[in-house]
Design a protein around this ligand. Structure first.
Ligand SMILES: Nc1ncnc2c1ncn2[C@@H]1O[C@H](COP(=O)(O)OP(=O)(O)O)[C@@H](O)[C@H]1O
Ligand SMILES: [Mg+2]
Length: 225
């Protein structure tokens, strides 16, 4: 079986002025379809960098990244963006919702970006918001939602186009227990019912317990599984 995500000796060095930061020092990783992976490790060890590389948001300094067997490390930005739109849903710790659009409008925008110019699917949006207990908040704009609700809208947006891979950077980092549970239940449901592959960075051992595999990082390396 081809892994859905694979990296080979991934290195990322950031340069700011004359200062170099070795964020990843050779990460080789293989994730199969349907895995639910947690990435843990201290702040600054390279977790977000790895996730951004996996999702094609950054290019590596060296090494390879394969999505469904397709090498995305040396292709054009346009092609990388296309693969990302078709296959990947991102959830960030900051929600990045459009402030002028309602919850439903934010989902609709994600659908339109995905489909080119399609009209979207109102029933599917309603269903997705309902799964996240947001059926009464469809017409609220981000400022009219609590932090937990905003994160749930961001999660709905990440999954509305049924991406094969969901990449989540501390999705429960800013949430109280109740909201964290709603988010984690949703991940479990997507993982188990639809076989979506999920990679989630978390500091919370309780959240990591939902996962089928835990990867620990330190100083730009994977140190333990
Ligand atoms: N855009 C950037 N430019 C320069 N340095 C960065 C950038 N992003 C992250 N870093 C540095 O790279 C290292 C790894 O960061 P990051 O991947 O965000 O770690 P983590 O998510 O584990 O906290 C840190 O030392 C951080 O300061
Ligand atoms: Mg981070």
């Amino acid at each position: 079986m081809t892994p859905i995500l694979e990296t080979e000796d991934l290195v990322k060095i950031y340069k700011v002025g004359k200062v170099e930061t070795h964020a990843l020092r050779g990460v080789s990783l293989s994730v199969n379809k349907g895995e639910f992976v947690a990435i843990m490790g201290q702040s600054g060890c390279g977790k977000s960098t790895l996730l951004h590389l996996l999702g094609g948001l950054l290019s590596p300094t060296s090494g390879r990244i394969l999505i469904d067997g397709e090498d995305i490390s040396n292709i054009s930005d346009a092609k990388r963006t296309d693969i990302r739109r078709r296959k990947i849903g991102f959830v960030f710790q900051r929600f990045n919702l459009f402030p002028t659009l309602t919850a439903d409008g934010n989902l609709k925008l994600a659908e339109r970006i995905h489909q080119g110019n399609g009209k979207g699917d109102a029933a599917k949006r309603r269903e997705t918001l309902k799964l996240l207990k947001l059926e009464n908040k469809m017409d609220n704009k981000p400022l009219e939602l609590s932090g937990g609700e905003q994160q749930r809208v961001a999660l709905a947006r990440a999954v509305i186009n049924s991406p094969a891979i969901i990449l989540a950077d501390e999705p429960t980092g800013n949430l109280d227990t109740e909201n964290s549970e709603i988010v984690l239940d949703m991940f479990n449901e997507l993982n188990q019912r639809f076989g979506q592959t999920i990679i989630m960075i978390t500091h919370n051992p309780e959240a990591a317990r939902h996962c089928s595999r835990i990867i620990y990082m330190r100083d730009g390396h994977i140190v333990e599984e």
